[in-house]
Design a protein around this ligand. Structure first.
Ligand code: FES
Length: 218
């Protein structure tokens, strides 16, 4: 194995650049180094202007999700290999380089009331079913949106898999008292019926089986 690896990384600053470009960086190879480790190395040693996000470094916060060799992956949990091509999650608006705009997705949670209200939270609760617990492995990385064939940022006709996972989490939450089926239908879940399993979760969540089907089943 060579003692160096070269990576191709997406660069784009909408404030300054006319169009995106791909830049090659060559860094020392270290066994078990991750893509996130490589990005941190590049930022600290080669190019401080490279923008990317991360938080927990443990596959929990979802902030480091990127498209690596054409597939969404958690950068903190993906081993580095020669020739990797690393870009932002596709279909999401790029703020700069590998950083995508997450704000509008979290605004939607507020807009559609996708949370447990205080008065519901006070209720004595039963045990959450197993499927509900599985759905909580969603790290809110938004990778599912970038692999959804129907999702189109800015279109209000279809909520997309991220909102459907949130709705399914609420549906299985013993404290929930709202009609989450109706909300899912209003947000266009019927479009998912024939799609089946195409949206991908890098944390291994079965979005179609556990979230979408449970909201279509009523
Ligand atoms: S840094 Fe939190 S999931 Fe990767």
């Amino acid at each position: 194995m060579s003692s160096k690896v070269s990576l191709e990384i997406f660069r784009y600053d909408p404030q300054k650049d006319d169009s995106p470009s791909w830049r090659i960086y060559t860094i020392p190879y270290e066994e078990k180094n991750t893509v996130l480790g490589a990005l941190i190395y590049i930022q600290e040693n080669i190019d401080p202007s490279l923008a990317f996000r991360y938080g927990c470094r443990y596959k929990r916060c979802g902030l480091c999700a990127l498209e690596i060799d054409g597939k969404p992956r958690m950068a903190c949990h993906t081993y580095l290999r020669e020739g990797m091509r690393i870009g932002p999650l596709s279909k999401l608006p790029v703020i700069r380089d590998l950083v995508v705009d997450r704000k509008s997705f979290f605004d939607d949670l507020k807009k559609y009331g996708l949370y447990i209200e205080k008065k519901e939270a006070d209720v004595e609760t039963a045990v959450e079913p197993e499927r509900g617990a599985r759905l909580r492995s969603c790290a809110e990385c938004l990778s599912c949106l970038s692999t959804c064939s129907r999702y189109d940022f800015g279109s209000r006709n279809f909520g997309g898999p991220f909102l459907f996972v949130k709705l399914a989490q609420l549906q299985f939450d013993p404290r929930n008292s709202k009609d989450r089926f109706q909300q899912a239908h209003t947000l266009g879940i019927m479009h998912c019926r024939d799609c089946k399993n195409k949206c991908f979760c890098p944390n291994g969540l079965n979005i179609y089986g556990d979230a979408i089907c449970s909201l279509l089943e009523k």
